[in-house]
Design a protein around this ligand. Structure first.
Ligand code: CP
Ligand code: NVA
Length: 301
């Protein structure tokens, strides 16, 4: 049976194992596939980290990655996602898909006979989560019992962090403006998981409450890809949710600052924080390679 990773929920039973494997693959670069494996990467939206880290990950694993822009494919002229999935499944061993619409990723996975990875959509960003919590583990030497404060938009990152933190037993407090809460179905799933792992989940309008006694402060862009027309409106609403030195004073002294990147200094985070001593954003970005190696190695070997 092939296994897809469309949501962080798909890793609810082995997220910690995948993180451990990723750390092992970071330490031992000699671990590779015995036979070459091919990844097809469909990108409907731009990418610096996901695309390049996947290419590097595949090269390091004795594999190869093919970049596919839907505008250059027949899908851009109306070929169905189902047919695309069935054809690509005859060519490659695994497919990643960065899509505007979550349902399109689900549709591709439904028809593909090889594993499908969600490389970000409007609802989630599961591959980022493995890199994020791998980085937390490297910095804090533990996962369960920590507190993560997410400040900003209840977007794909907030949704995936909610699930990831809950699976790993990390308390999570999300501060977002009214109307920008995380997805209710994902919140329900996170609460269901937290019944087992015992982590606390809090949604507040007050960044200070979220950051209080936190070990990790996380933020993301206020305007996600595809929302450019809402920029002006959102920037006004979100200004009180900026992560700055004053807000960070409320976190634990040894807090780490995280951001999936790309970042906008002076908007969701000040340079004082993202370029300061608490920031781990570039270690986090580097770990995209090893976490993707972990995920792909787990699914294909
Ligand atoms: N964090 C992340 O997914 O970055 P890219 O959009 O550059 O891939
Ligand atoms: N929320 C952002 C994440 C970028 C990696 C977006 O979807 O654009």
């Amino acid at each position: 049976m092939k296994r897809d990773i469309i949501s962080v929920y798909d890793m609810k039973d082995d997220l910690e194992d995948i993180i451990e494997l990723s750390i092992k693959l970071k330490k031992d670069r000699t671990i590779k596939f015995s036979e070459k494996k091919i990844l097809a990467m469909i990108f409907e939206k731009p990418s610096t980290r996901t695309r390049n880290s996947l290419e590097v990950a595949m090269e390091q694993l004795n594999g190869h990655a093919i970049y596919l822009n839907p505008n250059d494919m027949q899908i851009g002229r109306g070929e169905t996602i189902a047919d695309t999935a069935m054809v690509l499944s005859r060519f490659v061993d695994i497919i990643s898909y960065r899509a505007f619409n979550h349902n399109d990723v689900v549709e591709l996975a439904r028809h593909a006979t090889v594993p499908v990875l969600n490389a970000l959509d409007n609802l989630e960003h599961p591959m980022q989560i493995v890199a994020d919590f791998m980085t937390v583990y490297e910095k804090k030497h533990k996962l369960s019992g920590l507190k993560l404060a997410y400040i900003g938009d209840g977007n794909n990152m907030a949704n995936s962090l909610l699930l990831g933190a809950s699976i790993l037993g990390i308390d999570i407090s999300i501060a977002c403006p009214e109307g920008f809460d995380p997805n209710p179905e994902i919140l329900r799933q996170a609460k269901e998981i937290s019944l087992k792992t015992g982590n606390k989940i809090e949604i507040t309008r007050e960044p200070r409450i979220a950051v209080e006694s936190s070990d990790i402060i996380y933020t993301d862009v206020w305007v996600s890809m595809g929302e450019e027309s809402e920029r002006e409106k959102k920037e006004k609403i979100f200004m009180p949710y900026q992560v700055n030195e004053d807000l960070a004073e409320n976190a634990n002294k040894d807090y780490i600052f995280m951001h999936c990147l790309p970042a906008h200094r002076g908007l969701e985070v000040t340079s004082g924080v993202i370029d300061g001593i608490h920031s781990v954003v570039f270690d986090e970005a580097e770990n995209r390679i090893y976490s993707e190696k972990g995920i792909i190695y787990k699914l294909l070997s």
